[in-house]
Ligand binder design. Structure first.
Ligand SMILES: Cc1cc2nc3c(=O)[nH]c(=O)nc-3n(C[C@H](O)[C@H](O)[C@H](O)COP(=O)(O)OP(=O)(O)OC[C@H]3O[C@@H](n4cnc5c(N)ncnc54)[C@H](O)[C@@H]3O)c2cc1C
Length: 381
């Protein structure tokens, strides 16, 4: 989010606005939420058409980055949404919120795609068996393929973005942690570890799970949850899991998802939170029992993954807002400190849009119109 914000400001001002980017460690360090092999890029997101418009805009941002870096960063493999039969007593699907059933969510999501002319395919059980025999479960009722969706190469994108920021003139301060930011109606004072200070006309804070170190966002509005990832070694017959054969998949009812083979692994995970934390530094390695339970749940509808071996695991975190929506706002009445957090496990794909909006907000002091729903004040009602 920080890199896209810095790039947006520099590009919008054609280099006339000086931008400093502070990163406590190294851009793309393993503890940050953006530092992973892949992230899902999808249009199908529920009934909100604005979210789809943002995905389209973000897609253009990622394509621009890919072209600038001469790299294939956005893989439009498709994202397949699986809907299973609902049974009384099932744990409500997180993906389907705020609906109570995945059927209602799917119908509303598809309607939104149609309203904006986004291509998709609806597959009944027979179509699914023919097109994607990797998914075998008696309880899958239907699937929808978001055809122009797919995945982003996350870590590679960060490297490309950092290079582009530097090339555009952003002054990058890695291994320089911001300790405090203060504002008055004339500007901001930034204090970094070691006692050094900087001044700026405005500051944008995108510190994800570390936001509360700098801004006292109440913990009942912004929580941190542990989100383990499991990387599997592909089975000996790996071709059904290769990119081009397997799309990204999201099982709405189990909240488990996975990716085709990328960088020699099949990544799977459960979107449901493992533990709630107060700080990202409290993360613990996932237990074998947890990892096995994820594997079993995924193998429940992708049986050929049953006997795969676990190559590695990693525990990431979500910065979950209370309502699952982003928080993109100004902290002070003069809009000198602008901040973004609460990405709730789905922010990566939108980073080009978030960066553009937060950057414009900070430079002009005017809230971009489409940020109105994302104010912190909504939680006071
Ligand atoms: C397991 C998992 C799966 C996900 N899947 C998806 C997905 O499929 N699709 C999707 O769109 N999104 C997904 N997300 C969400 C997405 O990855 C995040 O919303 C996004 O990467 C957050 O980006 P960020 O820049 O806000 O945070 P980060 O990448 O965490 O970056 C924040 C940076 O701020 C630095 N920092 C913190 N405090 C300070 C300070 N005081 N001074 C200086 N620097 C500081 C940190 O070191 C860190 O590098 C997923 C997240 C996880 C954990």
């Amino acid at each position: 989010m920080g890199l896209w914000t810095a790039l947006a400001i520099t590009r919008q001002s054609q280099g006339r606005t000086k931008v400093r980017l502070f990163e406590a460690r190294q851009v793309g360090h393993a503890g940050a939420a953006s530092a992973d092999v892949t992230r899902v890029f999808r249009h199908l997101h529920g009934p909100d058409e604005q979210t789809i418009r943002w995905t389209l805009e973000a897609g253009r941002g990622w394509e621009y980055l890919g072209n600038a870096a001469n790299q294939h960063l956005l893989h439009r493999t498709g994202v397949l949404f699986l809907r299973h039969r609902e049974r009384p007593g099932d744990t409500p699907s997180l993906h389907a919120q705020p609906f109570t059933t995945t059927r209602e969510w799917m119908e509303a999501s598809v309607e939104a795609l149609e309203a904006l002319d986004i291509p998709y395919k609806r597959l009944d059980k027979k179509d699914l068996a023919r097109a994607y025999p990797q998914f075998r479960s008696a309880d899958i009722e239907e699937a929808v393929l978001d055809t122009r969706a797919g995945f982003l190469e996350a870590a590679e994108s960060l490297k490309a973005l950092l290079a582009l920021c530097k090339q555009a003139g952003v002054e990058c301060h890695e291994a320089e942690r911001v300790k405090a930011v203060r504002s008055n109606n004339e500007g901001c004072a930034i204090e970094v570890d070691g006692g050094r200070g900087y001044t700026a006309q405005a500051v944008v804070i995108t510190a994800n799970g570390w936001t509360a170190d700098l801004l006292p966002v109440p913990s009942n509005i912004l929580t941190i949850t542990e989100q383990p990832l499991v990387y599997l070694s592909p089975p000996s017959n790996f071709s059904p899991f290769a990119e081009g054969r397997l799309p990204v998949f999201i099982s709405l009812n189990t909240d488990c998802y996975g990716f085709p083979i990328h960088q020699d692994v099949i990544k799977v995970a459960d979107d449901r939170p493992l533990r709630t934390l107060t700080h990202p530094d409290q993360r613990q390695p996932a237990s074998d029992k947890y990892v096995q339970s994820v594997l079993e749940r995924v193998a429940g509808f992708v049986p050929d993954l049953k006997n795969t071996s676990v190559a590695r695991t990693h525990v990431c975190f979500y910065d979950r807002s209370r309502d699952g929506q982003f928080i993109l706002d100004a902290w002070d009445t003069d809009s000198r400190i602008v901040f973004g957090c609460g990405f709730s496990g789905r922010g990566f794909k939108f980073a080009p849009v978030v960066g553009e909006r937060l950057g414009r907000f900070a430079v002009t002091g005017e809230r971009p119109e489409d940020l109105a729903p994302f104010q912190l004040g909504r939680f006071e009602a």
